[in-house]
Design a protein around this ligand. Sequence first.
Ligand code: HEM
Ligand SMILES: *[C@@H]1O[C@H](CO)[C@@H](O)[C@H](O)[C@H]1NC(C)=O
Length: 322
Amino acid sequence: MAVGKYTLFLLLPLLLQFDYGESDLQLNYYSESCPRAEEIIKAEVGKLYQTKYNTAISWIRNLFHDCVVKSCDASLLLDHAKGVESEKASSRSFGMRNFKHINTIKDAIEKECPMTVSCADIVALSARDGAAMLGGPHIEMKTGRKDSKESYAAQVESSIPNHNDTISNVLSTFKAIGIDTEGTVALLGAHSVGRVHCINIVHRLYPTVDPTIDPDYVDYLKRRCPSPEPNPKAVEYVRNDLATPFVLDNMYYKNILSHRGLLIIDQELVSDPITYPFVTRMAADNEYFHEQFSRALLILSENNPLTGDQGEIRKDCRHVNK
Ligand code: HEM
Ligand SMILES: *[C@@H]1O[C@H](CO)[C@@H](O)[C@H](O)[C@H]1NC(C)=O
């Protein structure tokens, strides 16, 4: 029928566009080029976790810092070099650790499938495997990201919120990459694991104590952070969650509801009427927290990736290819 043919004609560009879809992210992107890629990454993340729990924590923070700045492209992992200013050196990256262990994961992958699996996918998959190992949800994640050829150090401060940013700024930062209020509240639940250095806390203790902090907790914090001006080189820190410091659970929400949040942004989730209802719901229901965390982490992990011919597959995650 003439109408049918005409419709097909109109659809043709659309169908061709779908063909392009091959270069987008997909489940099991490496199923033919490196079938054991995801298995190897998981095994390496697991081995590292056995010897050093906090590596798994680092992989979760890495995903946030890599994906929020421009795209999930492993730009975070680049070292200083001629023409490259490392994102890792930004004040926003303060406290980030375990970068050298990424090389262990990458080396294991290179041994099996040279120049095939991107550092950006290692950032994404290690975060989801790390989250699962820490008792968080298991997240099915697409792959096929390519690595950037440059660092975006100059954009880090404007892209990643500061510890004392306002809730409305934080919500709009996440909204800009497609994450709603509920998802943002869930992502901050990553602060259920890991630590905060005193330098990010002391301004709430000295010279006057922030009245929103539980007084019993203030005593504890002051013991951990005895000086108003901590030496940035000293490793003085407080664990995010004293009860279950290595479990990605909803304890974070219970803590902030009892005024035991460490960062201003953590405590603001409780004081702001827009975020508060989600906090109470997550505090009451770990499964709901995990569902929302998975959903939001997936969106974060798919922010603006380089795919197809864009970017490259770095041989060494610390440097662009020669
Ligand atoms: C408003 C947004 C956020 C702000 C302002 C923020 C800020 C911070 C700060 C200041 C620290 C402590 C650094 C230190 O003193 O060592 C930290 C730690 C951490 N953040 Fe966030 N963060 C935010 C969102 C996120 C998100 C979305 C994730 C991941 C999904 C995340 C994961 C982590 C983890 C895992 C740690 C602990 C790291 C470790 O112990 O090595 N954060 N964050
Ligand atoms: C936020 O903290 C930084 C130090 O990390 C400080 O320089 C800045 O003045 C603080 N901003 C506000 C609004 O308190």
